[in-house]
Design a binder for this molecule. Structure first.
Ligand code: MN
Length: 486
């Protein structure tokens, strides 16, 4: 049994490799459609992607531009000269017999990502480099035969390689999440995790605290959700500590994550590691970039999460709220434009309303992308102004917000239809106050207030709000209750 006390004697070290699918129109070296979703197998494949003899690949300039943007979002230098290499291996999903990748001179150099934690603190993860490469096809296994689908073959990817700067499973999840935010905000990828637009390989090693060398590492391949990154790291920490406690050796190996069992299993050890026989790809000229070209593309980089974190400080939101909102670019843009047009109070209210409909789990937030709120910036500003102007209680505003998601009506029209406008007319409120005070259930509260326990007045105000369905102005209600009791 591995107790927390035993785990505490060890330190886990994690490095992450992340494949990001670039949102180009066509593939990395051919004119075939880059969107393989819902396409029948082998229908978006050109002779180049099939790897037929005599075909000459032509590098997609849009993919290069997106890689430059990705590099800038990672805080990296962009190489003035980068090249493609061939990585040889034999598998039916790779008809060419090699993957075209960048081994020796990647386009994206060292960088740095600052990752926020839920508690408001943050940590840095260094980026070793990121390179461009093509994706392979996909095999589907049926009983005693397998089928090959090459729709994904030649899809442009960048592979981001981090330094081993992460030391907990929750920080691994935090880093993966921040990479997702950076890549989607930069407009580099569609970020559709369900369709494998971002896949994480997590390298985990364990050593006794204070040890000067890292332990041998296990690499968990192809995780496609933030939760599975966290769970796989946590599982590996416990598994490796258990082995070390038993005096067993950790073997350097590749492992797979079995979602249904929430565990990793060994796939292949270092002993059968392949020699990829890397060599420069003679068919593709080097990518040569000028400073002007790089600067021009950097100038088109959209606002990144750090911009919003800085701007939103005036709203004084909890860091969990900020991080949840930042998971979807369109919502961040909405909150920001409310802030710029409607001011701090309207933006703060908008942020909190949106948060009510966001799922708690970051993986679900990401999956829900596409079902963005249809509510306009103007409607949010109007709704907030009605609350700030005492025309609506915050409870009524919530009800209207939910209604706004279904209808196209303005908040004022909904408020009128649902009779939710706050009543500041004394005569109307007095009627509710009298009704509450004459209720036998209020007798004790009235006695308590007369005996000096003033807090109880909140209970009576609450009753008036309930009777008026949230429409009574609570300040006025309190004033009237006081006048009648004393
Ligand atoms: Mn790769």
């Amino acid at each position: 049994m591995i107790t927390d006390e035993i785990l505490d004697k060890y330190i886990m070290t994690i490095g992450i490799e992340c494949h990001v699918q670039l949102s180009t129109l066509t593939k990395l070296f051919s004119g075939a459609d880059n969107d393989a979703r819902d396409k029948s197998p082998n229908s978006v494949v050109s002779p180049i992607d099939f790897g037929l003899p005599g075909m000459l690949p032509v590098l997609n300039r849009q993919a290069v531009n997106l890689a430059i943007k990705a590099g800038k979002a990672l805080g990296s230098e962009i190489a003035r000269v980068s090249r493609f290499d061939r990585k040889h291996y034999f598998y039916p999903d790779l008809p060419k017999g090699y993957q075209t990748t960048q081994m020796y001179q990647p386009i994206i150099g060292a960088g740095l990502v600052n990752v926020p934690r839920e508690d408001g603190s943050s940590f840095d993860v260094r980026i070793h480099h990121a390179h461009m490469e093509e994706d392979a096809g996909k095999l589907t296994h049926f009983g005693d035969y397998s089928l090959v689908d090459l729709n994904r073959a030649g899809t442009p990817l960048i592979e981001i390689v981090s330094e081993p700067d992460i030391h907990s499973a929750s920080d691994a999840k935090g880093f993966a999440t921040e990479l997702y935010r950076l890549m989607t905000y930069a407009g580099v990828t569609n970020g559709d995790l369900y369709h494998g637009n971002m896949r994480f390989d997590v390298n985990v090693s364990v050593a006794p605290k204070g040890a000067t060398e890292l332990g041998l590492r296990a690499e968990v391949k192809n995780l496609n959700s933030f939760r599975s990154v966290e769970r796989a790291a946590d599982f590996e920490f416990r598994r490796q500590v258990e082995r070390l406690e038993k005096g067993e050796r950790i073997v350097q190996e590749t492992r797979g994550w079995i979602e249904a069992k929430q565990k990793t299993i060994s796939q292949r050890s270092k002993e059968d590691a392949q020699d990829y026989r890397y060599m420069p790809d003679a068919d593709i000229p080097p990518i040569i970039l000028t400073t002007e070209e790089i600067d021009e593309i950097q100038a088109t980089l959209p606002r990144l999460p750090a911009f919003y974190r800085q701007e939103w400080k005036v709203m004084e939101l909890d860091s969990t709220v900020v991080n949840a909102l930042l998971s979807t670019k369109s919502q961040s843009e909405l909150v920001q434009s409310v802030l710029e047009t409607g001011g701090v109070s309207a933006a703060r209210r908008t942020a909190l309303w949106i948060l009510m409909v966001l799922p708690r789990d970051i993986d679900q937030v990401v999956r829900a992308t596409g079902n963005d709120l249809s509510i306009s910036e103007e409607s949010f500003i109007e709704l907030a102004a009605m609350v700030d102007g005492n025309e609506l209680s915050s409870t009524a505003a919530k009800e209207i917000f939910f209604e706004m998601q279904r209808s196209n009506s303005s908040p004022r029209v909904i408020a009128e239809e649902k009779n939710l406008l706050q009543v500041s007319d004394e005569g109307t409120i007095v009627a509710f106050v009298d009704e509450v005070l004459s209720d036998p259930a209020s007798t004790k509260a009235i006695e308590d207030i007369k005996n000096g326990d003033d807090k109880v007045i909140g209970f009576l105000v609450g009753q008036v709000m309930k009777k008026s369905r949230g429409t009574a102005n609570p300040k006025l209600a309190q004033k009237l209750i006081r006048e009648r009791i004393v």
